[in-house]
Design a protein around this ligand. Sequence first.
Ligand code: NDP
Length: 246
Amino acid sequence: GNSLNGKVAFVQGGSRGIGAAIVRRLAAEGAAVAFTYVSSPEKAQQLASDIEVSGGRALGIQADSADPVAVRAAINRAAEKFGRIDVLVNNAGVLAIAPLDEFKLEDFDRTLAVNVRSVFVATQEAAKHMQDGGRVINIGSTNADRMPFAGGGVYAMSKSAIVGLTKGLARDLGPRGITVNNVQPGPVDTDMNPDAGDFAATIKGFMALPRYGKTEEIASFVAYLAGPEAGYITGASLTVDGGFGA
Ligand code: NDP
């Protein structure tokens, strides 16, 4: 496709999993794509060079989403290199699951810092570079609406927070013609949630379509929201979950 020709995208957390599929898809649609990573420099480098080899433009930047100074610097570096930012995708996320009496407060705080605060920080900074037609796309989770197992309350809370933050940011940026939406994936086969073992079998038992999603099945919807046909969707939480929440 070419729906993003001439556009610049910035993806928080793009080296692996859903984020890497989003980086690839936005680049395939013609966008120049900057993306962050924290612990996978080789994967980030490989992804950027794959895109460049196929004629696209990409830039991997190491920046921990828990660190607001690093996130702001990464956005400004991307804007400097590519001249502007049209699409911000907030995908970086962590999943901490533990029995209630063992759940560490450090994990509570890191979950909020990465899954929630970074969305606010990045939107605040990227909006400075955006024009009419800009897009902010958050990656929440179907677990905002349904958390059918123990130990995941803090993760579910972080994704529920994104529902409200998305609504409020849509109000902040709507007058400038910028949309803000929240994509809520269901189980997708990644390092975070591998389609293997007893846990995956249990998860499939909760679903209308009893299978894990592919990262590309999330990226395609993100590409639609980023594109010119989605200009009337904002403040919405949109679920792509194989009927996990049905
Ligand atoms: P993975 O753990 O497979 O990949 C996470 C990606 O985010 C990696 O590129 C990682 O970078 C990056 N990342 C993680 N923490 C940080 C950080 N502190 N700063 C910068 N980058 C970071 O996760 P998924 O692809 O499965 O998940 C992506 C998003 O989708 C998350 O927000 C998750 O909550 C959400 N989601 C996932 C579902 C699933 O079933 N997989 C279901 C619903 C929602 P690095 O490689 O450098 O560590």
